[in-house]
Design a protein around this ligand. Structure first.
Ligand code: CA
Length: 258
């Protein structure tokens, strides 16, 4: 069968110590038009990533020199990492819990044993979705400022090209899904989104995700917003319904960016 080839041969970094799994992954990715780069250790993956960030990274949780979570953290200390979707390969349900609980903000996970074809489909979806998100994120969305402060800068400034959001003038360090989630909420302050809607609109493969995925991301997002503006509750919880951006945030002029 011939799969539609992606526009460019996107490099996919694979950190996996089992050569049998790595071989299969490389084979199916290559057959689909990608350029797999296999690293058998976390150290090698860090070196490869540092030399040239890939389009996407697949990280096995059980690596010989460092676990996949630690590798994920270390990769995020490297330049350009926030633009690279990362997908975990996990073998145990407690690992899955950790990925889904996602203090980490990884993009997705695949449980072993997995179907190589399904994994490639997941890779394709993530890359296609992120290309679309890069191209079509709304430009400066803002929460409305009250009439008394017409010249106040917007509370939120979304830079779709750089996938950055500023909050009260401060750039937020967001994971990919935190970014997408916040960019969506900021578009329509006050609009209430159910968890199902958020999973559908923000996550690549919502059939694989869970409601608690949304809750976990909202929690980390809130912590990041609180760090900038401690007294402001930007994201409202509507118990039993979902989440919304607060419609009436204090204007930026009322808060000096520190
Ligand atoms: Ca392993």
């Amino acid at each position: 069968m011939s799969a539609p080839a992606p526009v460019a041969r996107a490099r996919i970094l694979i950190a996996e110590d089992e050569s049998g799994i790595a071989d299969t992954l490389c084979y199916v990715l290559r057959a689909d038009g990608y350029e797999p780069v296999w690293c058998a250790t976390a150290g090698e993956a860090l070196a490869q990533f540092g030399a040239r960030p890939p389009a996407l990274a697949i990280l096995d949780v059980g690596l010989p020199d460092m676990n996949g979570f630690e590798l994920f953290r270390r990769l995020h200390e490297l330049p350009g990492a926030e633009a690279v979707p990362m997908l975990f390969l996990t073998a145990r349900s407690d690992e899955i819990d950790r990925v889904v609980g996602l203090e980490l903000g990884a993009d997705d996970y695949v449980a072993k044993p997995f179907s190589p074809r399904e994994l490639v489909a997941r890779v394709r979806t993530i890359l296609r979705r992120s290309a679309r998100a890069d191209a079509a994120v709304p430009v400066p969305a803002s929460a409305p400022a009250p009439a008394s402060a017409p010249a106040a800068p917007p509370v939120f400034q979304v830079d779709g090209e750089r996938r950055r959001i500023r909050y009260y003038g401060r750039a937020l360090e967001l994971s990919r899904y935190e970014y997408r989630l916040l960019a969506l909420l900021v578009q329509r302050p006050g609009r209430v989104y159910t968890r199902e809607e958020l999973l559908d609109m923000v996550w690549d493969d919502h059939a694989q995700s869970l409601d608690r995925t949304v809750d976990a991301h909202v929690k980390t997002l809130r912590a990041k917003l609180k760090a900038v503006a401690p007294g402001v509750e930007a994201i409202r919880t509507l118990r039993g319904v979902g989440y919304a951006l607060h419609e009436d945030l204090p204007p930026a002029s009322a808060r000096a960016p520190s």
